[in-house]
Design a protein around this ligand. Structure first.
Ligand code: ZN
Length: 145
């Protein structure tokens, strides 16, 4: 079980701009960074990263989330794998407590948290059409929402 504090600590310590820059050439645009989206093919950048908010978002394909979601999606990592990679990179020790499956739960919380952060319009669109939304839809269904 990975503690929620550890997850928060990793998220806060990790620079999403730095992590995304390994995959995407980013240019500063105002308070954000922009680049060509790695999740869909495009010629004009619609992929934005906000260091302040620790999130990325693509206006073209609606991909979005935090640094964990970015790694999970681009390198097909599980949530614990994404955590581990960032922990290593930023020199954070992952504290484990005894029971398992909490990392997965934390991952679910993290995803829901990100989904809730999105604007309502995006939310519905993601839930309704985006592949990424499928997981959330199933989750919400299981929760009886
Ligand atoms: Zn995109």
């Amino acid at each position: 079980m990975i503690k929620q504090e550890t997850i928060t600590q990793i998220r806060d310590r990790a620079s999403i701009v730095e992590v995304v820059s390994d995959y995407v050439t980013l240019k500063k645009a105002g308070r954000n960074y922009m680049g060509l989206c790695p999740f869909h093919s495009e010629k004009t950048p619609s992929f934005t990263v906000s260091e302040e908010k620790h999130i990325f978002h693509c206006f073209g394909c609606n991909a979005g989330g935090g640094v964990f979601q970015f790694l999970m999606r681009i390198d097909q990592l599980s949530f614990p794998e994404a955590l581990e990679r960032l922990a290593k990179r930023y020199g954070i020790v992952i504290e484990q407590s005894e029971r398992g499956s909490a990392a997965r739960q934390a991952g679910e919380r993290e995803t829901l948290y990100r989904i809730k952060e999105r604007a309502a319009a995006n939310y519905e669109k993601v839930l309704a059409s985006h592949a990424e939304g499928k997981w959330a839809r199933d989750y919400l269904k299981n929760r009886g929402v």
